[in-house]
Design a binder for this molecule. Structure first.
Ligand code: FUL
Length: 491
């Protein structure tokens, strides 16, 4: 009896000891461990650069004494009394931006003429000497408040070149003055998401050395999530022209050491970026809705077809479109510009609302982590355009493709959208698009977003294949769309 009970105890203890092992074996079967994402290819965007990239269109507002003197570059000799908007309403600016789906507006707080749209402690060449609001006004304050009330972020432009201030040309004095103004703008008005350092300067302007490093350090100290724009970054670079066109090859990467501010010899380099670049420095395409940056009675906004061309050549080439919409002498965005901007938004929505790729089945050359991994080609059809993506297997022999097959009536489109998972680096160097085996488009870089308007117009087929012909490492595609653009009339 005693021996028997010992045996039962023995078996019971053994079972108790074995049960965690059995459980863990069972769990192992149940919890299939996921294949990790691939290693990134450096350089990578910062958090703020990624946020910026997703905005697609930013509104620029050139407003100041030039608006009232009908000029583009003020001399600095303007009397502050000319600044007299009779019905200034930044709420109308913000409303116009919000209706156009714009999430960031950048205002010229000071242009080259030196006139300040806010009451700076360091100069009286500002709104304090203007009859507007009896010298008690602050355009920057009204601007940031209106933007905030519409859920729009604010950005500011502070011209380094100052044609009014007598400290200009006295290196220490002017750098102190400029830094003092930066501190005012970045401490008084809440969060500022982008600051614009314009590299322009007249051919005969006084010599002046700007302490860019001091300025940039101060900016980041005061606003850690801000993006600093200048010809040469450090966060956003100029695209090298004022037409709003990026290069058909456009890398977000570039070598910052090859760049300098106000250097006319690097325009092509800025336009295309550099596949070997060690800095993530994406390009912003600035252009005005009108011929001038400031409002002029004699000028009218560009046609919708021109704005769409700009959209395809900026947003559709991995860049941001910084579209200037200048307020007039009343202090409002003119009705013609309001209408044109909402037409542009309607057109973009019309083109990109119905994606016929989502009605297709999708296959790819291979998926990372096998058929049950998290990197299958179906990821390119979801709403996430960054962090879910198709990744081929690392073992694949570089014949990368993803193919869409019509389930019923075929696929009809004249625009294709391809997006890379840029959170892990920009990789694609060369790609081609085939419909039923016939090549309909080709290109080099993709980046955050690449749009192809088909030169042959509308195509109709049963399969669309995107081939990645050359890439740094394995390509990662986060989204694809096929659309019909009713405004596209190829020549
Ligand atoms: C240029 C300036 O000279 C223009 O007036 C305008 O501000 C444009 C955005 O940048 O360099």
């Amino acid at each position: 009896m005693a021996e028997k009970s010992y045996n039962y105890l023995h078996i019971f203890t053994l079972l108790m000891l074995l049960s965690p092992l059995a459980n863990s074996l069972k769990n192992h079967d149940r919890l299939k461990l996921a294949t990790p994402p691939p290693l990134p290819i450096l350089p990578l965007p910062s958090f703020s650069q990624l946020k910026w990239q997703q905005r697609e269109i930013i509104m620029f507002l050139h407003f100041g004494v030039n608006t009232f003197t009908d000029s583009e570059w003020g001399t600095g000799l303007e009397s502050p009394s000319v600044f007299y908007p009779t019905g200034l309403d930044p709420t109308q600016w913000a409303h116009t931006a919000a209706r156009a789906g714009i999430s960031l507006m950048i205002l010229t707080a000071k242009h080259h003429d030196g006139f300040c749209l806010w009451p700076s402690k360091y100069t009286d060449h500002s709104v304090v000497r203007s009859p507007w609001n009896n010298g008690n006004g602050d355009v920057v304050r009204e601007f940031v408040d209106a933007a905030k009330a519409h859920g729009i972020d604010a950005g500011l432009y502070l011209s380094p070149w100052d044609r009014h201030d007598t400290r200009y040309g006295h290196v220490e004095l002017y750098n102190e003055y400029y830094l003092a103004q930066l501190q005012e703008l970045l401490t008084r008005y809440g969060g500022v998401r982008e600051i614009w350092f314009d590299g322009a300067k007249g051919a005969n302007a006084t010599n002046m050395t700007y302490y860019f490093n001091d300025w940039f350090s101060m900016v980041k100290e005061l606003q850690s999530t801000i993006n600093i724009f200048s010809d040469a970054g450090p966060d956003i670079r100029w695209v090298g022209n004022e037409k709003g066109y990026a290069g058909s090859t456009c890398w977000s990467t570039i070598n910052a050491t090859s760049l300098s501010i106000g250097n006319a010899t690097i325009l092509d380099y800025l336009n295309t970026g550099d596949p070997k670049g060690t800095n993530w420095l994406p390009a912003e395409c600035d252009v005005s809705i009108r011929p001038g940056w400031f409002w002029h009675k004699s000028q009218a906004p560009k046609k919708l077809s021109e704005l769409l061309e700009i959209y395809y050549k900026s947003v559709g080439r991995n860049c941001l479109l910084l579209l200037n919409v200048p307020p007039n002498t009343t202090g409002l965005i003119s009705e013609s510009d309001v209408q044109r901007l909402s037409q542009l938004r309607r057109a973009i929505d019309t083109i990109f609302t119905s994606n016929s790729a989502v009605k297709c089945s999708v296959e790819a050359s291979s998926p990372r982590g096998g058929e049950n991994g998290n990197f299958g080609p179906e990821n390119v059809l979801d709403e996430d355009h960054l962090w879910t993506y198709w990744a081929p297997s690392e073992n694949e022999k570089k014949d990368y493709w993803i193919e869409f097959r019509a389930k019923s009536s075929g696929i009809k489109f004249n625009v294709i959208r391809i997006q890379e998972a840029i959170g892990l680096g920009q990789r694609i160097k060369k790609h081609e698009i085939y419909v039923d085996g016939i090549r309909v488009a080709k290109g080099s870089t993709v980046g955050y977003k690449r749009l192809h308007r088909l030169k042959m117009g509308v195509v109709h087929g049963n399969s669309v294949r995107i081939k990645i012909v050359k890439a740094k490492g394995i390509p990662l595609i986060s989204s694809v769309g096929f659309y019909f653009d009713p405004f596209w009339k190829p020549k």
